[in-house]
Design a protein around this ligand. Structure first.
Ligand SMILES: [Zn+2]
Length: 333
């Protein structure tokens, strides 16, 4: 309930915050009124409102400022702040009892990394990188969270010096990983051509798991987990595990989580991971035998709609004993 009030106040603030944009239902981006944001560019916006449980918080990735929505309102406008406290806590928690939240110090002062790249949405209609995204049927709404790096080696070397020999550099599609506060913590480069490996994931923060989609997912709804970041763009409320074992925090109910592995019944490594997930009592999709395509994106590219894919997923979700039985018939090794 409280987030409804929070969102109402955020909406009322929108005209007073520069470059204000709603990114998802619970993530808003704008220029930071504390530090004034970038002096060089009036377009850069590094401040966010984001959600933790039922509350909205403020965080600036430029100056590092983090605070509750209440304290942010107090900073912007005392009258609005008093009104908010009344509405938010009337009959409930007394206004003096401020929500507790420990912000971790900013470990990496980043966003300039993406600022140097071009968003797919900013490329000409006939640019090869944009055409690549269209060919893979990636919904246009995601074109502003996908980027092009003309020189991938150079980009990686900025974060991890001397990783690549930049004499033989090549372009890649850049898929940024943001945390729940909208902060960049890793990125994946997908080759356009035959360059190997096809996917390279670079972490800016070694302490974080490679989970893609955290800034968009609603943790109070059913969460789907696929392997590939691009696949996750076609599935409702979806995270991608980027090729690793991904287990979410114990506080999330296992009934809320469905794992969707690639359709590779001959891949020993994937099958081992499927068993692990079933043993931990998560739900899992076992693809029906008549589907030969390897992953969600292949299904979409073959002409199956997103809603049909969701339908296939829900019809083929299993857990516990039925999952074990299905898996033993499905696997080919
Ligand atoms: Zn700031």
């Amino acid at each position: 309930m409280s987030s409804y009030i929070d969102l109402k106040y955020i909406n009322n603030l929108s005209s007073r915050l520069k470059q204000f944009k709603k990114k998802t239902d619970y993530l808003y981006n704008f220029r930071c009124p504390h530090c004034g944001d970038s002096k060089k560019s009036k377009l850069k916006a590094r401040a966010y409102f984001y959600r933790v449980k039922n509350d909205m918080f403020f965080k600036c990735h430029n100056c590092g400022m983090g605070q509750t929505l209440a304290n942010f309102l107090k900073f912007v406008d005392d009258n609005v702040y008093s009104q908010y406290l009344l509405e938010r806590y009337k009959g409930g928690t007394p206004a003096t009892q401020k929500p507790k939240f420990d912000f971790k110090p900013t470990q990496f002062k980043d966003p300039t990394l993406l600022d140097d790249l071009k968003k797919i949405s900013d490329l000409n209609e006939d640019h090869p990188a944009r055409l690549y995204c269209i060919k893979r049927k990636i919904p246009k709404e995601y074109f502003d969270i996908l980027y092009l790096s003309d020189k991938f080696g150079e980009l990686v070397n900025k974060v991890k010096p001397n990783t690549y020999n930049t004499k033989t550099d090549h372009p890649r599609l850049i898929i940024p990983f943001f945390d729940t506060t909208g902060k960049l913590f890793a990125f994946q480069g997908r080759a356009f051509g035959k360059e190997q490996p096809k996917y390279v994931t670079i972490k800016l923060d070694e302490g974080k798991q490679k989970i893609y989609g955290l800034e968009r997912v609603n943790f109070s709804k059913q969460i789907n987990i696929v392997e590939g970041p691009i696949d996750s763009l076609f599935v409702d409320n979806c995270l991608a595990a980027a090729g690793a074992d991904l287990f979410l925090k114990k506080s999330i109910n296992k009934d809320y989580i469905t794992y969707i592995f690639d359709n590779e019944p001959r891949n020993k490594e994937i099958i081992d991971r499927m068993y692990k997930v079933i043993e931990q009592d998560y739900k899992i999709v076992i693809w029906p035998d008549d589907i030969q395509l390897k992953d969600v994106n292949d299904l979409i590219m073959s002409g199956i709609s997103k809603s049909e894919v969701m339908n296939i997923i829900s019809k083929n979700t299993y857990s516990k004993l039925s999952a074990l039985t299905k898996l033993s018939y499905w696997k080919k090794v």
